[in-house]
Design a protein around this ligand. Structure first.
Ligand code: TTP
Ligand code: MG
Length: 575
C-alpha cells in the first residue's frame, strides 16, 4: 500500500510507562501499591495504571480525577529536574546498546531506535545474501550478539516475542512453530522483536523502568505499535497489516497530525461541533487548557478511513499548502519516510517555554520569568553539568515572546494569529548562571534582573498581551566565560571591551511536544517549515544596546543594571 510497507528498515520505538509516575515510584516504592497521580498546575499529567483502572486519565483536571478515584494519592510534579535526569539516563543507556547510535529522543520518555544496520549485519551472519525477497530454513536457536557491549542472547527466529500483528491478527508469541522456510524479512522482524525485548530488559534491570515498545519499518508504525499493548509489553506490527491497521484509527493518533491539522480538517469537513465553531482560531497551547477542553471539539468519526473517503489530495494542498499538504496526505496514507535523527549526547541549544492565555503586566511577566528561569537553569544543569562542572557553556541567551495582535478598535485580538507576533532578542549568557556555589533560585533571580527583564522591556512595552515566553541557550563553548557580570561592570568595563565576538545565528526554536518541554536538540527537522514562516525574528543574534545616562558608555541592555549598580557604589564610595 505504501512506501512504509516496502520499507526495509527496522525501527523500534520505546515509550516509558507512566514516566513521571515511575520516577516517583523509584524514589518512593510505597507508591507502587496504591493509585496515584502526578500533578502539575491543576492537572494530573500522568497516573499509574492502578489509577487508570479506576478511571483516572492522563491530562485530567485534578477535580475530575478525584471524582473518578477519591482515594487517588497526589504527588507534586512541578519540578522537572528528576524527570529530565531520568530521561537522560535512559537515552544514554539505549544509545550505548545500538551500533551507529541511531537513537532519537521524542519528548522525555520516548525513543526511536533505527536498528536496521544491526539486523542486517546479524542476518548476514546467518547467511542472508541481501535479497529482501529470499527465503531460508534456519535452526530454531540462533544467537544475537550486541556488538557494543559484547553481550548476546539466543532466540528462535520462527517466533517473535510479545505481540505480533499481521494478516493473521494480533497474538502473543506462541511455542515454536517451525516451518521449513521463512522469508528473511520475517526473520529480521522476529529478531528485532527479541532485540527490543533485550533493550527493554536492560532499561528495567539497570534503571528500573518498565516500558512499552513497538517494532515496524517506519517511525509512525513503530510508534502506533508501541501504543497497542501497554504497559510493559511490546508489539511487532507487520507491513502486510499497515493499511488495515490504520483505517479505523482517529487521525490524532498519527504522529505528525497535530491539533491544528486535525482542527483544519474538522472545520473543512464540517465536523467541528457547533459550540467550537465560533472559536475556531483558538490556540490551546497550554496543557491546562487542553485538559479543560478535553479536545472535545473533534468528533470520533474523524478516522483515517473517513479522511480517505472524503478528501482529495487537491483539497489537502488547498487547506495545508504545497509543503505541508503532501506531507500530511502521505501520513494519512501510512507513508512515512522520515529518518531516525540521532539526538546528540549534548544538545546544541536548550530552551524552555511557557504559554498562557494572557499576561498583561510587567509584574506578571516578571513572576513568569522567575519560574521559567528556575526551570531553565535546572535544565542547563541536567544537560550540561557533570558532577561539579559544566562540560559546555552556552554563550548566547535568547528571549522570545509571542503577543496577541490588536483589532482595528485597539482591543486585543482573541488568540488569533498568535504566530505572527513572535519576537526575539539575544544577548550574551551571563556567567553567573554557571556559578554552582549559588542556589538555582539565586541564579534565576540574577538572570531575570540582569538579563531577561531588560530584554523583555526592549521587546514589549506596557500595555501588552503576551501569550508565550521562551528562554533559550545556544552557541555552546567548552570555555567557561571568564568574568561574572557583576565583576565586569564593577571594573567599569563595557561588554564590547571584553567580548568583541559577534554571535552566529541562533537556530530557530524547535517545536515542543508538550507544555513546558521542548524537542530542542540539534536538528531543524522536527519543525514544519510553515511553523517558522511567520516568526518575526529581529535579526540573528541581535544584541540590544543601551547607553548609560551617567557615563555615556554604550553596552548590551542586559548589563545595564549591573552597570548602574557600579555607579551607585562609586557614588557611595565618594560620599
Ligand atoms: P506519556 O508517554 O504521554 O505518558 P506516560 O509515560 O505518563 O504514560 P504512558 O504509560 O501512557 O506512556 O508522557 C510522558 C510524561 O510526560 C508523562 O509521565 C507526563 C509528561 N506529560 C506532560 O507533562 N504533559 C503532557 O501533556 C503529557 C501527555 C505528558
Ligand atoms: Mg510514556
Amino acid at each position: 500500500m505504501s512506501n512504509s510497507a516496502n520499507d526495509q528498515r527496522v525501527i523500534i520505538q520505546t515509550d516509558i510507562d507512566f514516566f513521571y509516575g515511575q520516577v516517583e515510584e523509584l524514589e518512593n516504592p510505597a507508591l507502587k501499591s496504591q493509585p496515584f497521580g502526578v500533578q502539575q498546575k491543576h492537572i494530573i499529567v500522568t497516573c499509574n495504571y492502578i489509577a487508570r483502572a479506576k478511571g483516572v486519565r492522563k491530562l485530567q483536571l485534578l477535580g475530575d480525577a478525584l471524582k473518578a478515584c477519591p482515594e487517588l494519592f497526589i504527588v507534586n510534579g512541578e519540578d522537572l529536574a528528576r524527570y529530565r535526569a531520568a530521561s537522560k539516563g535512559i537515552f544514554h543507556l539505549v544509545r550505548s546498546l545500538v551500533t551507529g547510535q541511531k537513537v532519537e529522543r521524542l519528548g522525555l520518555d520516548e525513543l526511536f531506535i533505527d536498528v536496521t544496520d544491526m539486523m542486517e549485519a546479524h542476518l548476514t551472519e546467518l547467511g542472508w545474501n541481501g535479497d529482501p525477497d529470499s527465503t531460508t530454513a534456519l535452526e530454531e536457536v540462533q544467537t544475537f550478539r550486541i556488538p557494543l557491549n559484547g553481550q548476546s542472547f539466543t532466540y528462535n527466529p520462527y517466533n517473535w516475542i510479545g505481540f505480533k500483528i499481521d494478516s493473521d491478527g494480533d497474538r502473543m508469541s506462541q511455542s515454536s512453530q517451525s516451518q521449513k522456510r521463512l522469508s528473511w524479512q520475517t526473520i529480521k522482524l522476529h529478531a528485532a522483536s527479541h532485540l527490543a525485548f533485550y533493550i527493554r530488559n536492560q532499561i528495567k534491570d539497570r534503571l528500573g523502568f518498565t516500558c512499552s515498545a513497538g517494532i515496524a519499518t517506519s517511525k509512525i508504525f513503530a510508534k502506533l505499535a508501541a501504543d497497542v499493548h501497554k504497559p510493559n509489553d511490546q508489539t511487532l506490527l507487520c507491513p502486510d497489516k499497515y493499511a488495515a491497521f490504520l483505517e479505523p484509527l482517529h487521525i490524532r493518533k498519527i504522529m505528525g497530525i497535530g491539533y491544528k491539522a486535525s482542527r483544519t480538517l474538522c472545520k473543512n469537513l464540517g465536523l467541528l461541533k457547533d459550540e467550537h465553531q465560533a472559536n475556531e482560531d483558538d490556540a490551546l497551547d497550554d496543557v491546562e487548557e487542553a485538559a479543560q477542553e478535553g479536545e472535545a471539539w473533534y468528533l470520533p468519526e474523524l478516522t483515517v478511513s473517513y479522511v480517505h473517503q472524503h478528501c482529495t489530495i487537491q483539497q489537502f494542498l488547498k487547506w495545508f499548502g504545497d509543503r505541508q499538504g503532501p506531507l500530511l496526505w502521505d501520513l494519512i496514507h501510512g507513508i512515512d519516510n522520515s529518518q531516525v535523527l540521532p539526538t546528540p549526547l549534548i544538545p546544541s541549544q536548550i530552551s524552555i517555554e511557557d504559554s498562557f492565555r494572557l499576561c498583561k503586566t510587567m509584574a506578571d511577566a516578571t513572576a513568569r520569568l522567575h519560574d521559567l528561569s528556575i526551570d531553565f537553569i535546572q535544565r542547563l544543569e541536567v544537560e550540561l553539568r557533570v558532577k561539579d562542572e559544566f562540560v559546555k557553556y552556552p554563550t548566547t541567551l535568547r528571549l522570545t515572546t509571542r503577543n496577541r495582535g490588536k483589532n482595528d478598535d485597539g482591543t486585543w485580538r482573541d488568540s488569533k494569529g498568535l504566530r505572527d507576533t513572535r519576537i526575539s532578542k539575544s544577548s550574551r549568557m551571563p556567567v553567573d548562571v554557571f556559578d554552582i556555589s549559588r542556589s538555582i533560585p539565586e541564579r534565576a533571580d540574577a538572570l531575570v534582573e540582569q538579563s531577561l527583564l531588560p530584554m523583555l522591556r526592549n521587546l514589549v512595552k506596557e500595555p501588552f498581551a503576551l501569550t508565550l515566553l521562551n528562554i533559550a541557550a545556544a552557541h555552546l563553548s567548552t570555555k567557561r566565560p571568564a568574568t561574572s557580570i557583576q565583576n565586569l561592570f564593577a571594573k567599569g568595563k563595557s561588554i564590547e571591551e571584553t567580548s568583541p565576538t559577534t554571535t552566529p545565528p541562533l537556530q530557530q526554536p524547535l517545536k515542543r511536544k508538550r507544555s513546558n518541554e521542548e524537542v530542542d536538540y540539534d536538528d531543524d527537522t522536527g519543525f514544519a517549515p510553515s511553523d517558522y514562516e511567520s516568526m518575526v525574528l529581529l535579526g540573528d543574534g541581535d544584541e540590544t544596546w543601551d547607553t548609560c545616562s551617567i557615563c555615556g558608555k554604550a553596552m548590551f541592555t542586559w548589563g545595564m543594571q549591573a552597570h548602574r549598580l557600579y555607579h551607585e557604589k562609586e557614588t557611595r564610595n565618594q560620599e
